[in-house]
Design a protein around this ligand. Structure first.
Ligand code: ATP
Length: 296
């Protein structure tokens, strides 16, 4: 069976006054339908550039991305993007913002049908009762909920998220992580998400893509999440494999992300980066700092 999303040898180069900045080249990665993938890597390695190429906002300088059998050649409502800051239309209400997206997706729907559909997704993200508020009247967390409702309401083939929770306070972030995970599991949503937060990746992702430092970044490893699918955020640390996975990711960020770009392991194949599944049985559980993130 072919992959639902297939990143095939993409490259991105920027001309700078000092010459060419090759962010990455010959990058390969594939995803199944319904899968949740998180990308982790240090600042500047090219995570957002990959996401922009998946969204169709940027074109690769080489290679191609195939989504559900079709090459991506520009933005499409098949792929919804949620950014750190939520570009809402300030003059429209919560309902207006979501309904605008729904109406763009379903141009043949009646006003009533668009409204009912938008209201359903506003309820899903816990904003029932706030339909008529405008963005200026909402907290950061509520605005992000509107962005999530808007993205989900168009029922995209792929949800692309660029650090969607990083600007939120810890409590709101946790609640929204719970909701996004619940919705994605229930609906079988395919998700590609960038995060700097190791614990967020462990909670949300089925697989975690580790990118080496840039320039000329590559995918060092693909890490399979060994935790059970019905995991709960507040109990994660009680899972037997939690610290093995966490330490593996932190060890990558602290040490191996630097080394692996220049000295890939023997037999490294860009098309098939090593796949690892850290568990208690495979990883020594060390005592690294419990809250280190990719940013520092
Ligand atoms: N439009 C552009 N023109 C020139 N260089 C760019 C442009 N966009 C990105 N870059 C460069 O590409 C590299 C990768 O940037 P990108 O934003 O994808 O990294 P990132 O991994 O998402 O970083 P962060 O975690 O800080 O968001 C950086 O060196 C950046 O300076």
């Amino acid at each position: 069976m072919s992959a639902y999303l297939s990143i095939e040898g993409i490259a991105r180069r920027f001309r700078t006054p000092k010459g060419t900045n090759t962010v990455f080249e010959d990058l390969w990665f594939a995803m199944d339908k319904g899968e949740f993938a998180c990308v982790i890597g240090h600042s500047g390695c090219g995570k957002t550039t990959v996401l922009n190429i998946l969204s169709g906002l940027e074109e690769p300088d080489g290679g191609v991305v195939i989504m559900d059998g079709q090459a991506i050649d520009g933005p499409s409502l098949d792929r919804a993007v949620i950014f750190q800051s939520h570009a809402l239309l300030p003059w429209k209400s919560v309902l207006g913002n979501v309904a605008y997206a729904v109406a763009s997706r379903h141009k043949d729907w009646s006003r009533e049908k668009v409204r009912a559909h938008a209201e359903r997704f506003i309820e899903v993200v816990g904003l029932k009762g706030a339909e008529h508020k405008r963005p200026a009247e909402l907290s950061g967390g509520m605005k992000q909920r509107v962005g999530i409702a808007r993205a989900l309401s168009i029922e995209p083939k792929m949800l692309l998220m660029d650090e969607p929770f990083s600007a939120l306070d810890a409590l709101t972030r946790g609640t929204l992580q719970d909701e996004v995970r619940r919705i994605c599991v229930e609906t079988g949503q395919t998700v590609f998400m960038i995060t700097h937060d190791v614990d967020e990746a462990i909670y949300l992702a089925d697989r975690i893509v580790l990118m080496t430092n840039g320039p000329q970044a590559s995918i060092a490893e693909i890490v399979e999440n060994p935790l059970p699918r019905d995991r709960r955020r507040l109990d994660l640390h009680k899972q037997p494999d939690f610290y093995a996975l966490r330490n593996h990711l932190i060890d990558f960020l602290v040490e191996r992300s630097r080394v692996l770009r220049d000295s890939p392991p023997a037999g490294y194949d860009r098309r098939r980066p090593p796949v690892v599944r850290p568990t208690l049985a495979t990883e020594p559980v060390g005592a690294l700092s419990p809250r280190r993130t990719a940013g520092g």
